[in-house]
Write a protein that binds this ligand. Structure first.
Ligand code: HMG
Ligand code: MG
Length: 291
């Protein structure tokens, strides 16, 4: 039997958070409802951050209220602080995510906090989630490259991964936030990070700016990573990571994993329909090979 690999769909959050056009809630709900039938176990659909910082995610509560929840699918939300966590609980998110950076420059730009300050803010979120019985995922951004500080040392990434582990996250997603990571750098980073966290608690989150995301997926697969974040239609980017393109497209990762002999459990016909919906939602731009 083929070995399993999982795609964690982040399109409705990472894919849409950076759009210039205001996307109606009904359109987001239609996209998520389509994705819910594709076979994902986890879909990130919301972000309870400051609407002044990320206006596109302001209606996250309404989105969670209006989607048709499919049993067995976990609908996830980003929560940078207790205020965001409380909103996520009120909206009945199934799991939450705290998100740190391996570099100080990006931490300041994205969270208005040093790495240490951000971790202090996450501690009560992790504790409240534990009390509420909600799983907490962790992200580390800029695991190899930072748009402000340049190359990031593997030890810096490993330190933040270990800090999130100590806060009790069940998995850490390693973000090549600006999609400039070279496979050799990802390889070196993983070798160090794996000394702190077992591979079954790591995920790869590769943006595809320089077209190396699938090469980085391969490097991560070689290290034993079996969970990859991807965005339907290859949409997105981070508003605080200038120039970053979307996450690698879900359909491309699914096809790549299948070609490498992995079973993802995803329905490619549904993915194609969802990719069409996703692309229709965003402003016209260069999408390249974006399924
Ligand atoms: P701040 O301005 O330092 O926070 O922002 P503050 O505590 O001073 O609050 C400022 C205002 O925001 C206040 O409102 C708060 O109430 C409000 P005011 O009194 O001025 O009217 N506020 C909130 N409102 C709603 N929900 C909240 C919340 N918190 C405060 N949770 C803060 C600090 C962390 C809030 C801000 O920097 C922020 O929201 N940052 C989030 C940025 C973001 O969402 N970035 C994209 C997601 S990360 C990403 O894409 C990377 C990832 O994909 C992995 C990768 O690719 O590497 C995950
Ligand atoms: Mg991202």
């Amino acid at each position: 039997m083929a070995e399993r690999a999982e795609i964690f769909e982040v399109g409705p959050r990472d894919g849409l958070q950076n759009e210039a056009r205001e996307i109606p809630v009904a359109d987001k709900v239609a996209l998520i409802d389509m994705l819910s039938g594709a076979g994902f176990r986890r879909i990130e659909v919301a972000s309870f951050v400051s609407p002044k910082w990320v206006p596109q995610m302001a209606a996250s509560g309404e989105v969670l209220a209006r989607i048709d929840r499919v049993p067995g699918v976990s609908y996830a939300a980003l929560t940078p602080n207790i205020k965001g966590f409380e909103a996520a609980v009120a909206a009945r998110a199934d799991e939450v995510a705290i998100f740190a950076s391996a570099s100080e420059g990006f931490s300041k730009a994205n969270l208005n906090a040093t790495i240490a300050e951000s971790l202090e803010r996450f501690a009560p979120v992790a504790e409240a989630a534990r009390d509420a019985g909600l799983p907490v995922r962790g992200y580390v951004s800029c695991v190899v490259e930072c748009p402000y500080d340049g190359p990031v040392a593997p030890a810096d990434t490993a330190r933040v991964v270990a800090a999130l582990r100590d806060l009790g996250v069940y998995e850490v997603s390693l973000g090549d936030t600006i999609g400039q990571g070279r496979p050799e750098a990802v390889d070196a980073m993983l070798a160090v990070v794996l000394q702190d966290l077992p591979v079954d608690r790591l995920a790869g989150h590769f943006h595809d700016t320089s077209g190396r995301a699938l090469d980085n997926v391969d490097v991560a697969l070689d290290h034993g990573v079996r969970v990859f974040d991807a965005a339907i239609g290859g949409l997105g980017g981070c508003p605080y990571a200038p120039g970053a393109k979307g996450n690698v497209a879900t359909g491309r990762v699914a096809a790549h994993l299948a070609a490498r002999g992995f079973e993802t459990g995803l329905d490619t016909a549904v993915l194609d329909r969802a990719a069409d919906i996703a692309r229709a939602l965003v402003a016209p731009r260069e999408t390249g090979e974006a399924r």
